[in-house]
Design a binder for this molecule. Structure first.
Ligand SMILES: NC(=O)C1=CN([C@@H]2O[C@H](COP(=O)(O)OP(=O)(O)OC[C@H]3O[C@@H](n4cnc5c(N)ncnc54)[C@H](OP(=O)(O)O)[C@@H]3O)[C@@H](O)[C@H]2O)C=CC1
Ligand SMILES: O=C(CO)COP(=O)(O)O
Length: 331
């Protein structure tokens, strides 16, 4: 039994805290709002994110980040990518704790992956950091539906320790030492899911969505290779696995955001109607910047950026992609 702090009480933090509690770990979830702490501690619910999910009474919520992390052997970071640096800089994480990153994004401005942000802010070495990723829609995980995942760390022993921490009867993490590929897979698929959602929202069918997923994977692999990832990672759970889950499921916030765009709503309208994060809406710009830096062609990502910034109508996105110069199929 380990002592674990889950820092963030949104959809994914709550689902992962539940999974860890199922494994009989001592789990404290950190919520920044007092009313969320009260609801979790007194009613064993987190109604802002899960309307009918009952949480185990053993799962305790705490507002003070330092108290939440007291004695924690594992600190699980479950806040959105673009707020990770700011939140982390306010916390003191013990230099004995293993840090697990759940966020799927690339930092705007710096172009850093989340494990790089964690290293910069906390001073932790890469051997103390693990990334959990894969096809893991929180509402399915919280209902204990079966899923596999990947735990990536440059130090295999760290990945194995985190794998064991999370492994339950319904949640099966594999290990991987390709942190770059695993983090890129998680961040980039959100952008492709926005494009797929737009196509679906405009009424296009399986041919269009499968084409976007497949060519989306091609541009993800191109970027990954240019940035030093192992291309095989993208055939695994952190690549095609997460891409398919996110692009196919109505539970995905990124796909749903894209679908709403495809139906004609604006970015501001959609963002204003939910408190939940659709990471691709911001990370598309940092991924585009990485593509420029590494001279990689990422036409779907570029088109998504153009829609989000308002220079391309979603109705023109598919047409713009189809009108590109013909070329052989290759990665
Ligand atoms: N949901 C999912 O299925 C999965 C999500 N992920 C990734 O996990 C990460 C977290 O996502 P998820 O939990 O779903 O997001 P949610 O939007 O559901 O929850 C975000 C959490 O972070 C808090 N938060 C939001 N903004 C800030 C901020 N500026 N500073 C501090 N805390 C903040 C929220 O607090 P409050 O409630 O007070 O607003 C909430 O606890 C994302 O990178 C996502 O891509 C990965 C796999 C699956
Ligand atoms: O990462 C996820 C599934 O693996 C969650 O996707 P969304 O953030 O689009 O809901």
């Amino acid at each position: 039994m380990s002592t674990v702090a889950v820092m963030g009480s949104g959809s994914w933090g709550t689902a992962m805290a539940l999974t860890l509690s199922d494994n009989d770990h001592r789990v404290t979830i950190r919520a920044r709002r007092a009313e969320v702490c009260d609801k979790i501690n007194n009613d064993h619910r987190n109604p802002d994110y899960f309307t009918d999910l009952e949480l185990p009474p053993s799962l305790r919520a705490e507002r003070d980040p330092q108290i939440a992390m007291q004695d924690a052997e594992f600190v699980v970071l479950a806040v959105p990518s673009q707020s990770l640096r700011e939140t982390l800089s306010q916390w003191q994480i013990s230099d004995q704790a293993v840090i697990v990153s759940l966020a799927k994004g690339i930092e705007l401005g710096s172009g850093l992956r989340m494990s790089q942000v964690i290293m910069e802010v906390t001073g932790a070495g890469p051997e103390r950091i693990a990334v959990l990723t894969g096809p893991n829609l929180s509402h399915e995980i919280a209902r204990r539906q079966p899923a596999a995942a990947v735990v990536a760390s440059v130090r295999e022993e760290t990945a194995i320790a985190v794998q064991q921490l999370f492994h339950t009867a319904t949640f099966r993490p594999y290990t991987n030492t390709d942190v770059i590929g695993c983090e890129l897979g998680g961040a980039t698929k959100n952008v492709i899911a926005l494009a797929v959602g737009m196509a679906a929202g405009m009424g296009y069918g399986a041919n269009a969505t499968a084409s976007l997923i497949t060519r989306g994977l091609a541009e993800i692999i191109r970027l990954g290779e240019a940035m030093g990832a192992d291309p095989h990672t993208f055939s695994g759970l952190a690549g095609i696995g997460d891409l398919v889950a996110t692009c196919s499921s109505p539970l995905s916030r990124n796909r749903t955001f894209g679908e709403e765009l495809g139906r004609g709503r604006t970015v501001a309208e959609i963002a204003g109607s939910t408190r939940q994060v659709a990471e691709g809406v911001k990370s598309c710009f940092s991924i585009k910047a990485l593509a420029e830096k590494h001279h990689v062609e990422m036409p779907i990502t570029y088109a998504v950026c153009a829609v989000i910034e308002g220079s391309l109508d979603p109705r023109s996105l598919v047409q713009a992609l189809l009108a590109r110069a013909p070329k052989p199929e290759r990665y």
